[in-house]
Ligand binder design. Structure first.
Ligand code: LMR
Length: 397
């Protein structure tokens, strides 16, 4: 029976890493997947994480099952990071959170919960968006519509087009919003644009679903939650899928959360019982380690401030790489204006390189970037920068 199964296409992001690993050239660079590298080109375990793990090793006394929703203390700190401890959503107990495996697992739980229990059967995603969004939502049987977001001529957002497209959405439709550091464009909404989106969702009874995977990689932990908090102040119901892969460097611990916000404590409790039922039918209950690391760090003032300083260091290094990237391209004789790259947020830069140029970078120069032209700036270092920029200058000439 398995002979009938067709070969799946390689994943646009993780498939690239497989191809990169198989490449035998020595000067190869992987700027595909969004993984932070330090100046030496490695992905370190944060010091705050190591210290929390030492604490856990000394104190953990059981590997018994967690509840379906995971570590309770973790779920509380997730809400504090998302909304701020004093936000009315937290104070009025209008939100409930379940730990889930990474951003992808959280989005999948949210999508499946919605399809099984609500009238929401269609999700609007930005064009472009993270390559895995369509895959996740299709797997959960959601219909997908796209709203325009990016203007390739100006290398900036097209907010009027976004509003125009979303004004076509019907009551109950879901709107996928990137909390900050939009993946892949690195272009975020400003305060008044967030308010306009929140007002539109309220007016048309649309349900926002936030993908919040880069909190702290834009401007700061609280600053990056501005959009989410504006929307949570405006609409009665929303969902958030967040991830700590990047901001705690916990990629392989698969640690994220799905948070449901409703108009009252009673409604959220009832609806959340179905989120738990969705989880039980998928993986029963989550693994503990990642959640224990995050909650241990955030419960300890010293570890929290160490984590915030490590996060700041990552954010600032990426910002420096953006500037250096633009400067080095110029120094390599590239006349095209790439200054927009230093205005983008987060790990990625949406370069505007074509599919053909991306293929040439990989085939002739062993520089791997995603087919959409998305480059992981977080993978750039002072050492690999000349190699990258020389290669780009060649494919542009
Ligand atoms: C990315 O966009 O590169 C990351 O979110 C990793 C992934 O799973 O695709």
């Amino acid at each position: 029976i398995f002979t009938q199964v067709e070969l799946a296409p390689a994943d646009p992001i993780l498939g690239l890493t497989d191809a990169f690993k198989a490449d035998t050239r020595t000067e190869k660079v992987n700027l595909g997947v969004g993984i932070y590298k330090d100046e030496s080109g490695s992905t370190p375990i944060l010091k705050s994480v190591k210290l929390a793990e030492q604490k856990l090793l000394a104190t953990e006394n059981s590997k018994s099952y967690l509840g379906i929703e995971g570590v309770q203390a973790y779920n509380r700190v997730v809400q504090e990071l998302l909304f701020g401890a004093d936000h009315s959503v937290v104070k009025n107990k209008r939100a409930l959170t379940a730990q889930a495996p990474g951003g992808t697992g959280s989005l999948r739980v949210a999508a499946e919960f919605l399809v099984r229990n609500t009238e929401s059967k269609t999700i609007w995603v930005s064009n472009p968006t993270w390559a895995n969004h369509q895959n996740i939502f299709k797997s959960a049987s959601l219909g997908i519509e796209q709203y325009r977001y990016y203007n390739a001529q100006t290398h900036d957002k097209d907010f009027d087009a976004m509003l125009a497209d979303l004004s076509q959405a019907k009551a109950g439709d879901l709107v996928l919003l990137h909390g900050c550091c939009h993946n892949p464009t690195g272009i975020d909404l400003n305060e008044s644009e967030w308010q306009a989106i929140a007002d539109l969702c309220l007016k048309q009874a649309l349900v926002p679903l936030f993908d919040f995977a880069y909190q702290g990689f834009g401007v700061g932990v609280n600053e990056d939650a501005q959009g989410l908090r504006i929307v949570a102040d405006t609409v009665p119901e929303l969902l958030i899928a967040n991830s700590f892969s990047k901001n705690f460097g916990l990629y392989n611990e698969r640690i994220g959360a799905v948070t449901l916000v409703a108009d009252s404590e009673t409604t959220v409790a009832k609806a959340f019982s179905q989120v738990k039922s969705t989880i039980r039918g998928n993986y029963s209950n989550p693994p503990a380690h990642g959640a224990l690391i995050v909650s241990t760090i955030l419960a300890d003032e010293g570890l929290s401030s160490l984590w915030e300083s490590e996060l700041k260091e990552m954010r600032e290094r990426i910002a420096k790489m953006r500037t250096l990237f633009v400067e080095t391209l110029k120094a390599e004789g590239v006349t095209q204006d790439f200054s927009f790259i230093s205005r983008q947020n987060g790990m990625f830069s949406f370069s505007g390189l074509t599919k053909e140029q991306v293929a040439e970078l990989k085939e002739l120069h062993a520089v791997y970037i995603v087919g959409s032209g998305r480059i992981s700036v977080a993978g750039m270092t002072r050492t690999n920068m000349p190699v990258i920029c020389k290669a780009i200058a060649k494919v542009l000439s």
